[in-house]
Design a protein around this ligand. Structure first.
Ligand SMILES: Cc1cc2nc3c(=O)[nH]c(=O)nc-3n(C[C@H](O)[C@H](O)[C@H](O)COP(=O)(O)OP(=O)(O)OC[C@H]3O[C@@H](n4cnc5c(N)ncnc54)[C@H](O)[C@@H]3O)c2cc1C
Length: 461
């Protein structure tokens, strides 16, 4: 008799392995904190192959764990330790079709790497307006499934806003075909929206039609020091009112600049400032943005500011921001939170929560940075200086997270702004999620995946 795993192997053709050394890198998350086990990994090349694998898995009740670039930060792509799951990697579904310049779209396989999609759009004089530091490994399927954000959301929205069409294999093995880039479609429920941000719990995304925008012909990048998150938001409002074209607006505390400096990068400002912002303006027209940005900064008189005068200087400023997660990782383990509150509430949230956390956990150091214009901060809490950070986090992490998350919810916010829930936040979502929304999510999950084979244990605890 064929075992369920034999049937999946047959469906996968030559694209499978049960070699422990081959599977090993797929069993641990990017941060090295979530570890699991799997019976096998498969690398389908086509939607039909994914559908055959899913049908075989459903017949044998085998759990499937979709995996793209494995850069996710919530443990969503890591199988449970049970060891019976099959990892479905999109590593061979990397096709990028010709850019549709007239329609401003490009259709790509779920395994296409973000940086490759950006390059394909740029080669056609267009841009794919979603960017994040993991772009060299993160895949379109992963970005869709986490509804990723990044550094251009302030202007273009999250991944959801970039999706014109989507194809996916549902847990039954049926292929959902909503790939056509329809601008209007009111024919009932828009089921593809459920797959966006579902973290692989409702199906496997196989192809995506992405929206593109005209490529930038002018851009300006600056770094400015400000007294507070409030002052940073005032600067954002002023830039929007007086120039527009705000593509990115990132907040970094002085402690974050110190961390990247310890990493060997030169701090950009001569004067110390408790909070600093990285600003990018971009326009598809030649718009004199560097001059305009310089003028607004001169009038707003922040504590200090530098405006990039060349592409190399602009790249150096961006490198400071993009190095921060890695610099923080090297500094030690921290209690991580990816929170968002309504934008106007963010300065008040930081002003009230940081002293509360640092008082409740003596010596702890909050490092809050990120996407101020989206109300989204990576609100990380570091161990007291000189402590074994791993031991401190193991002892205090859950209590720190409860304190932070309770305050986020009280401020009308979310405990998962852009990284998703995965396995690491599932218990907190169950504790704090809106009951009606959680009940609806469970009902959708039960309707689409009654056997519970699709990424079990993720999102819904
Ligand atoms: C240095 C660094 C910086 C980052 N910066 C940001 C940032 O600024 N903003 C942000 O939003 N994220 C950021 N991330 C997180 C990460 O890059 C994103 O979550 C990204 O979307 C994950 O893509 P991936 O291909 O690596 O997905 P994976 O990690 O492989 O998977 C993520 C989730 O999606 C599911 N999945 C993957 N592919 C599919 C598919 N085809 N069908 C169905 N489900 C699927 C997985 O099961 C899992 O639940 C960062 C990560 C790193 C390491």
């Amino acid at each position: 008799m064929t075992s369920p795993h034999d049937a999946i192997r047959a469906a996968a053709g030559d694209g499978w392995s049960d070699d422990p050394a081959t599977i090993a890198p797929h069993l641990v998350d990017w941060r090295g904190r979530v570890r699991g086990a799997a019976a096998m990994i498969v690398w389908p090349r086509s939607t039909d192959a994914v559908a055959a694998i899913v049908r075989a898995a459903a017949a044998g009740r085998v759990p499937l764990v979709p995996q793209g670039g494995n850069t996710g930060l919530a443990g969503g792509a890591t199988p449970s330790p049970a060891g019976d799951a099959v990892i479905v990697s999109t590593g061979r579904m990397t096709g990028i079709a010709a850019v549709d310049v007239a329609g401003l779209t490009v259709t790509v396989g779920a395994g296409a790497i973000l940086a490759d999609v950006q390059a394909a759009a740029a080669a056609a004089g267009l841009a794919f307006p979603l960017d994040l530091a993991a772009k060299g490994s993160a895949t379109i399927g992963g970005l869709v499934s986490t509804n990723a954000g990044g550094v251009q959301v302030v202007r273009h929205g999250t991944m959801r806003a970039q999706i014109a069409g989507l194809e996916a294999v549902l847990p039954s093995g049926a292929v959902l075909d909503q790939l056509a880039p329809l601008v209007k479609d009111t024919a009932g429920y828009d089921i593809k929206q459920l797959l966006i941000g579902a973290e692989g719990t409702l199906g496997i995304v196989t192809r995506v039609c992405l929206r593109l925008v005209p490529g930038p012909r002018d851009r300006a990048v600056a770094w400015a020091g400000v007294a507070s998150p409030d002052a940073a938001l005032a600067l954002l409002r002023r830039l929007r009112a007086e120039i527009g074209e705000v593509e990115s607006f990132e907040l970094i505390p002085a402690a974050g600049v110190d961390l990247v400096a310890a990493h060997g990068l030169r701090p950009p400002l001569a004067q110390a400032a408790p909070w600093q912002v990285l600003i990018e303006l971009a326009s598809p027209r030649a718009a004199g943005l560097t001059e305009a940005l310089t003028a607004v900064l001169a009038a707003a008189s922040p504590i200090d500011a530098v405006v990039a005068q060349s592409e190399a200087q602009a790249a150096a400023l961006w490198r400071l921001r993009e190095t921060l997660p890695e610099a923080e990782r090297r500094d030690g383990v921290a209690v991580k939170h990816d929170i968002a509150v309504p934008v106007p509430a963010l300065p008040g949230f930081v002003a009230a929560t940081t002293p509360a956390v640092e008082a409740a956990f003596a010596g702890s150091r909050v490092l809050a940075f990120g996407h101020l214009g989206d109300g989204n901060l990576h609100y990380n809490v570091r161990a007291p200086a000189g402590h074994d950070s791993a031991a401190w986090v193991a002892a205090n992490g859950a209590a720190v997270t409860r304190l932070v998350n309770d305050r986020v919810v009280a401020a009308g916010g979310t405990i998962a702004a852009e990284h998703g829930i995965g396995s690491v936040k599932a218990a907190e979502l169950a504790r704090l999620g809106d009951p009606a929304r959680l009940a609806a999510m469970r009902a959708v999950k039960a309707a689409l995946d009654p056997l519970g084979i699709m990424n079990p244990g993720k999102v819904l605890a």
